[in-house]
Design a protein around this ligand. Sequence first.
Ligand code: 5GP
Length: 125
Amino acid sequence: MPIDATAPYDDANIFAKILRGEIPCNKVFEDDYALAFHDINPQAPVHVLVIPKGRYVSWDDFSAKAEDRKISGFVRAVGRVAADLGLPAPGYRLLANVGGHGHQEVPHLHVHIFGGRPLGPMLAR
Ligand code: 5GP
């Protein structure tokens, strides 16, 4: 079920539990600003999620409220993960779903990194 991205942050969401180490993830990268791990239900040969270390529901919430250093740290982490995965040369896709129309299901900001094959048009028609 898509979430309401304008709702308050829910500390019980699954990515908050992953950040607190309460449930495991298949980690690919971590620094002061971000944690990256493989999606549990991959939609492409490479499907990694990058999440900020902070209580942000969505891109909307994060871009409005996070300090500049947290935004730059997170954006750089996304780029670093894609580079570490060897994706810049063949190409890849970033996706951040927001709220109902965006079909966001987990209420903690996450950027999807998809790659490993030609990904086709941007949206299903
Ligand atoms: P959204 O639709 O919110 O943009 O994407 C949520 C993503 O989180 C989905 O691709 C889903 O497969 C992934 N996901 C949901 N629960 C878990 C989990 O417990 N672990 C991992 N690694 N991924 C999850």
